[in-house]
Design a protein around this ligand. Structure first.
Ligand code: GLN
Length: 322
């Protein structure tokens, strides 16, 4: 799709410069050493409408790794293979109010089924459920799901992958605990490896905007005119994004942005804005997918400048689903 000068891109450019400075309130994730190398002042956005209209501003072409945004895609891929009901036997759909890498509830609530697929415990279980035998095949089915939506090939960022693999002690403990309680469908180190690979897949704001657009349209890609997965899967996924997608800041995000979204610790945020009948005069009334990148994150693991930008945009363009 082509970028033309529009009112939308003018607004986005202005807002990017307005909110770029917010990044000083956060820091790049340091517990995965390679993520610390990012320039914290970057802020970029890409918005894609159902007609393929694409609006972008700032550092929209900066590559970054999916991190927790991958949890949405692996959930869709696992549901496509097993059906929603079978996946939900292994992982629930309840928000926790705990940090994304928390382990406290696994032991507290027997038999230890992870609370939702958007926290690390649930996501590692979901990775173990991906189609195929062994790391290569399972990761391939994840990658196929991503590439089917973005329409292009993606590579792992090897530096981020190795960096996370070497420092994954917390995720390793979660995985071993899940294995002990019977919530992994494959060998424990394989599940962990698939999870870390999916987190290291490299994308741009435009890629995640495309995925957001498909979710906004219930699994239908309005640009390529193709149904990629059925609407039940899209709806369960969006409900999970609303309730758990921004971790333990999901309530604030629902109140002040009000759209299904998923963040990752590398600073990406993917949002799915469904068509809004009431505001036909406003930009993207027919829905849109949004991809934001701003690597300085807050205490919850969400892009500080990215969330500030989305709050402004949601209020200006009336994006909320509520
Ligand atoms: N790979 C990261 C981790 O497991 C993903 C977490 C995130 O983006 N919140 O810690």
């Amino acid at each position: 799709a082509q970028q033309t000068r529009t009112i939308e891109t003018d607004c986005l450019e202005q807002w990017i410069e307005q909110y770029r400075g917010e990044s000083s309130k956060g820091k790049c994730a340091a517990y995965i050493p390679a993520l610390k190398e990012a320039d914290p002042t970057q802020l970029g956005i890409c918005v894609i409408g159902p007609d393929g209209q694409i609006s972008r501003a700032g550092n929209y072409d900066a590559p970054f790794t999916l991190q927790s945004i991958s949890k949405v895609i692996s959930f869709l891929a696992a549901c496509k293979h097993h059906g929603i009901a079978n996946v939900l036997e292994q992982v629930d759909v309840e928000p926790t109010g705990d940090a994304f890498d928390s382990m406290v509830r696994l032991e507290m609530h027997k038999p230890g089924r992870p609370f939702n697929p958007m926290i690390n415990a649930g996501a590692i279980t979901v990775s173990s459920l991906l189609q195929g035998n062994g790391v290569q095949e399972k990761f391939r089915s994840f990658q196929d799901m991503v590439e089917g939506m973005t329409g292009r090939k993606h590579q792992i960022n090897e530096e981020v992958y190795h960096s996370e693999w070497q420092t994954a002690n917390r995720n390793r403990s979660l995985a071993y605990y899940l294995s002990a309680t019977g919530f992994l469908a494959c060998p424990v180190e394989d599940a962990l490896d698939v999870y870390i690979r999916q987190c290291s897949l490299e994308v741009t704001a435009e890629d995640i905007a495309k995925i957001g657009l498909i979710l906004a349209h219930d699994g239908y890609d309005p640009v390529r005119k193709e149904q990629l997965f059925d609407k039940e899967k899209a709806r369960v996924t969006k409900a999970l994004m609303v309730t758990c997608g921004m971790y333990n800041a999901s309530g604030n995000f629902a109140a002040f942005v009000g759209v299904p979204a998923k963040s990752g610790v590398s600073g990406g945020i993917m949002a799915a804005v469904p068509p809004r009948g009431r505001s036909g005069e406003l930009p993207f009334a027919g829905g849109c997918g949004i991809g934001v990148y701003g690597p300085a994150i807050d205490q919850y693991g969400n892009s500080v400048a990215g969330v500030a930008l989305l709050k402004h945009m949601a209020s200006a363009w009336d994006l909320t689903i509520y």
